[in-house]
Write a protein that binds this ligand. Structure first.
Ligand code: T6T
Length: 324
């Protein structure tokens, strides 16, 4: 066990917290040996600008608060890849884990095991259906984001025509809420007809193929809502390849460098940008509070904004990074 970076106050707080929880029959298990000053961030997937920006915010906050932050990300956005990472982290007993669960139910048991071993669990971005596992969840208001996307798309298509949702993977809490919010808001947009939701498995190439197939089956398609980075990047490619940029308006969630290029080029008309750096920073602040046995906030919502070509420079702080 490393002790070098630990402050006496933090050790005291961790020991006191462990003692209190153990004393009241709580969740501590063998966490007496946990390295309370160590935090582990487990994003949904590696090398992706949304999670890189989250990591940047988390690292900055961890440094400010005197915690060490290690990031371990799966190579695919998939529960079978994320589970062994959680299992490995449990063995190392950090003070807290900040995790973006890749599936709302499939990740429940490994994350519960982390909690039961005494590690404080903070959800960042996505969440489990079971709200009893995490102490705090930090995310955008994803349902509202979907509603905002529907309002934005409706304006872009003049309030009428057939629209499609391209979603990433079923069971991803955030994007499922965005799709639900979009469909709900469509009920207020009488002129828009829903062509339903199709899944691209978090793969941009599959999103491009969905666009090609939908244009063949529904030549009247006028609008697409892509619920995340992969679906939006792929949908833009699909529309460009089909030569349908004039006919079909595209609103995409997220603001990766490629999505921003697509916005500049006019391939995408609006991006619903989140604030992943704030999600990471607030997640670390909650983890620190939990470790130090201070009050935590169960649900925290961060900013989100619809960006167009006209205001992208004014909103530069919302654009995602490829490195810190
Ligand atoms: O949209 C983000 C994130 O909020 C979502 O949970 C999964 O997809 C992204 O990481 C973008 O790819």
């Amino acid at each position: 066990m490393r002790t070098g970076r630990r402050t006496a106050a933090a050790i005291g707080a961790a020991v006191a917290a462990a003692g209190m929880l153990a004393g009241c029959g709580g969740q501590v298990g063998d966490s007496g040996s946990a390295d309370a000053q160590k935090l582990v961030l487990i994003p949904g997937v590696a090398n992706e600008p949304f999670y890189i920006s989250m990591q940047c915010g988390a690292e900055e906050e961890a440094k400010k608060l005197g915690f060490e932050l290690d990031t371990q990300a799966p190579t695919e956005f998939d529960a079978t890849e994320q589970t062994p990472i959680v299992t490995g982290v449990i063995a190392n007993k950090p003070g807290a884990v900040l995790i973006a669960p890749t599936h709302a139910t499939a990740m429940a048991s490994p994350i519960k095991r982390a909690k039961d071993s005494g590690i404080k669990v903070i959800e960042v971005d996505t969440a489990l259906d079971d709200t009893s596992v995490a102490l705090s969840s930090v995310s955008s208001d994803n349902r509202k984001g979907g509603q905002l996307a529907a309002q934005t798309l409706s304006k872009l298509v003049g309030g009428k025509g057939s629209v499609l949702v391209i979603n990433t993977k079923a069971g991803t809490s955030t994007t499922d809420l965005r799709a639900q919010g979009f469909e709900e808001e469509l009920k207020n947009q009488a002129g828009l007809t829903s062509l339903g939701v199709q899944y691209n498995n978090n793969d941009a190439a599959q999103a491009a193929s969905i666009v090609t197939a939908t244009l063949a089956a529904h030549p009247d398609l006028v609008g697409i809502f892509a619920t995340n980075l992969s679906s939006a990047e792929g949908a833009a490619t699909g529309l460009r390849n089909a030569g349908k940029l004039d006919q079909v308006k595209l609103v995409g969630f997220d603001a990766s460098p490629k999505q921003v290029e697509d916005l500049k080029a006019g391939t995408v008309q609006a991006l619903i940008a989140q604030d992943p750096a704030a999600i990471g920073a607030k997640g670390v602040a909650q983890a620190a509070a939990a470790i130090e046995n201070k009050p935590v906030t169960r649900n925290i919502q961060t900013d989100m904004i619809a960006i167009t070509q006209a205001d992208m420079d004014a909103n530069a702080k919302y654009l995602y990074k490829s490195k810190c």
